[in-house]
Design a protein around this ligand. Sequence first.
Ligand code: GUN
Length: 293
Amino acid sequence: MTLLDGKKVSNDIKDEIAVDVERIKSRGERVPHLAAVLVGEDGASLTYVGSKVKACERVGFDSTLVKLPDTTTEEELLEKIKELNENSLIDGFIVQLPLPKHINEDRVLVAVDPSKDVDGFHPENFGRMALEMESFIPATPSGILQLLERNNVETKGKHTVVIGRSHIVGRPMSILMSQKGEAGNSTVTLAHSHTKNLSDFTKKADIIIVALGVPEFLTQDMVKEGVVVIDVGISRVADASKPRGYAIKGDVDFENVSKKASFITPVPGGVGPMTIAMLLKNTLIARERRKLK
Ligand code: GUN
């Protein structure tokens, strides 16, 4: 069994980005600038956004964290997005999800200028991605492709089962795994809550990507020997023995599934760090594209 070490691969990618930033600086140009908008006080979101800002410092990007209270109205948030769209010193920005219930997520995502949409959530980017045109590819699926590619995991002609059809991970992942090119050319099944006899699919799968948010959902009896397993889940599960009072669990019963797997991602240290590295990469791309305009 080989561990797909997202910490290591993401550090390699960050090192590559840092070299590019040095080159930008040596030309006397402005470094890439990422902004993140966080509405409310959700603990997990605060942690994720904090990690994104820290990662900017690590590679030499400028970053701005826009923290708005829970009580922010949709109009106020849309006004902030308009400001960020118009600010020529910001190359890319993200609005951390989930948003408070009183805010319509779709209206917010379409308000982001597609050329600054480094999350790749705007319908224009999503559509372009599906058509294999130049776009921003959502960071988590993009990170999974890099993790497979840089570990020389063969995907061509393999049967991939993606579990979960979220707009952020499962759906784009299912499209990307079937596309032409590296870490693609796979035959894809997209499974979800209405899939009958899920085990019939997973037992035949060469590659399984689980993005459900249900701790330890994928068990040993559901997979075949030699399977490649990508675990996107990251849930906080109450655990009094831990200093914070919770443990981080993935969607895979790692201890037992890893005994059958040829490659598997750990949680934490697998997909999570890759997401951040690819967000930085998209910001670098956004900066380069803006210069060309
Ligand atoms: N919430 C969970 N994952 C993500 C992500 O990749 N981007 C944003 N903006 N919010 C998220």
